[in-house]
Design a binder for this molecule. Structure first.
Ligand code: UDP
Ligand code: MN
Length: 284
């Protein structure tokens, strides 16, 4: 079993996490001795509530097994959150948020909500935050190997591609703008995290940038993801997750992803996007 050549360190010497680069028993022991608690934030607003059962059920099997976990489910319909039987040491906190007419606003406002709750309660309740999309499922181990003060995840569609092809916001008027010759990686907004203070700083900065753009009647091309990419360019993550942690399963995306050679490189498909029925799910 020969691992193809993959980068395991960023140019600023942060680990890039792939299967084979870590010893999970050693890491489990280390984080258990610290009695670490991990907060997993997820938003299920409007019709996206339909993803929660699959998301939570697969998280119970694959996410941080053996560690203390708080699920923070942000929703506009607390009564419709499915009640899942959780393993020992794991709990669910349902938090009510307002809904917005446009899906872009629901997606972007996650930055504001996470920053507010980091300051108000997460800092007392958890050591690390993991912030993910809900239209996803866990398929394989996602554990403490991802934890670090600030981490981002490589977007599978833009893996090993020239930075000039990254879909960064290019309008210099936008707070998210990145010049043609700048950039390290293209990170997905569907999976990032870190210590509570670092996630607070990140989400607060992104929210402020989004509000600044809004005041200037600008919306970055990939919404919160554009702002996340700008932030991570100037605040280098201390760990980077390989596309094992974000794989596409929808047909059109698999094709795109295979063009990036990922089908041979990715040995463990850990966390995957689900096929969305857009006409049902996006009501606007
Ligand atoms: N979201 C939501 N309700 C909506 C739109 C978005 O709860 O009506 C949340 C949900 O957590 C979703 C995330 O915002 O996973 C990002 O939106 P989406 O997954 O549609 O973006 P994509 O992955 O297609 O870029
Ligand atoms: Mn998504």
């Amino acid at each position: 079993d020969t691992q193809p050549d993959v980068p395991v360190l960023t140019p600023w010497l942060a680990p890039i996490v792939w299967e084979g680069t870590f010893n999970i028993d050693l890491l489990d022991e280390h984080f258990q001795s610290q009695n670490v608690t991990i907060g997993l934030t997820v938003f299920a607003v409007k019709r996206y509530i339909c993803y929660l059962t699959m998301f939570l059920q697969t998280a119970e099997i694959h996410f941080m097994v053996g560690h203390r976990v708080n699920y923070y489910v942000f929703t506009d319909q607390p009564d419709n959150v499915p009640r899942i039987l959780l393993q020992k040491g794991r709990q669910m906190v349902i938090l009510k948020v307002q809904s917005y007419a446009r899906w872009q606003d629901i997606s972007m406002r996650r930055m504001e909500t996470i920053s507010i709750f980091s300051q108000e309660r997460f800092h007392r309740e958890v050591n690390y935050l993991v912030c993910v999309d809900v239209d996803m499922k866990f398929r394989d181990h996602v554990g403490v190997e991802i934890l670090s003060s600030l981490f981002g995840t490589l977007h599978p569609g833009y893996y090993a591609i020239g930075k000039q092809f990254f879909p960064y916001e290019r309008n210099p008027q936008s707070q998210a703008s990145i010049l043609e010759n700048e950039g390290d990686f293209y990170y997905t907004a569907a999976f990032f995290g870190g210590s509570v203070p670092e996630v607070y700083r990140l989400t607060k900065a992104c929210h402020q940038a989004i509000m600044m753009d809004q005041a200037n009647h600008i919306e970055a091309v990939w919404h919160d993801e554009s702002h996340l990419n700008k932030y991570l360019l100037y605040h280098k993550p201390t760990k980077v997750l390989s596309p094992e942690y974000m794989c596409h399963t929808a047909e059109e995306c698999i094709w795109f992803q295979n063009k990036r050679g990922l089908s041979t490189i990715v040995k463990r498909v850990r966390f995957v996007t689900l096929q969305k029925n857009m006409s049902y799910i996006r009501t606007d």
